[in-house]
Ligand binder design. Structure first.
Ligand SMILES: [Fe+2]
Length: 168
């Protein structure tokens, strides 16, 4: 694989692990609020980010590119509110989308069709990620009373991890 693209993908796979840490820290914050459903949901999000990193690692290995694991920034551990957790998450995911789009741009410049095909999965995944967080923000804003939040929390307790790498 072209070195510029391999380096950029390597940076991204490290960022996916960093994203996992971001959601793990958020899970710790919501645990202090006693919201077990949100705790579950963010724990699944953590697993998803690690699965994204794994997906990039498998691709790099398949293409004969060397994976290099680096150190990570400290995630944010404290928040003002449940709503802020998800507003920060949506902003984070929009940043990830920009990064994926940039990888796709490099792959196009290089006419690397295998990478274009591979990266399309992440382009589609980011549409879903942004939609998930936007919908949760809308729902959190909708539930003004404790009863509503109780039911939303119960809903989120049902999220289960589906390994994207096992679906192929
Ligand atoms: Fe991700």
């Amino acid at each position: 694989m072209n070195k510029k693209l391999a380096d950029a993908i390597n940076t991204q796979l490290n960022y996916e692990i960093e994203s996992a840490h971001v959601y793990l820290a958020m899970q710790g914050y919501v645990a202090t609020l006693g919201l077990e459903g949100f705790e579950n949901w963010l724990g699944i999000q953590y697993q998803e980010e690690l699965a994204h990193a794994k997906k990039f690692i498998m691709f790099m290995n398949e293409r004969g590119a060397r994976v290099e694991i680096r150190g990570f920034e400290n995630p944010r551990n404290d928040f003002e509110s449940l709503l802020e957790v998800f507003e920060v998450s949506l902003k984070h995911e929009k940043g990830v989308t920009d990064r994926i789009n940039n990888l796709m741009k490099i792959a196009h410049e290089l006419n690397d069709y295998a990478s274009i095909s591979f990266l399309q999965w992440f382009v589609d995944e980011q549409v879903e990620e942004e939609d998930n967080f936007q919908k949760l923000i809308d729902k959190i804003k909708m539930v003004s009373d404790g009863g509503g939040l109780y039911h939303l929390d119960k809903d989120l307790a049902t999220r289960v991890f589906v390994d994207p790498n096992a679906q192929q």
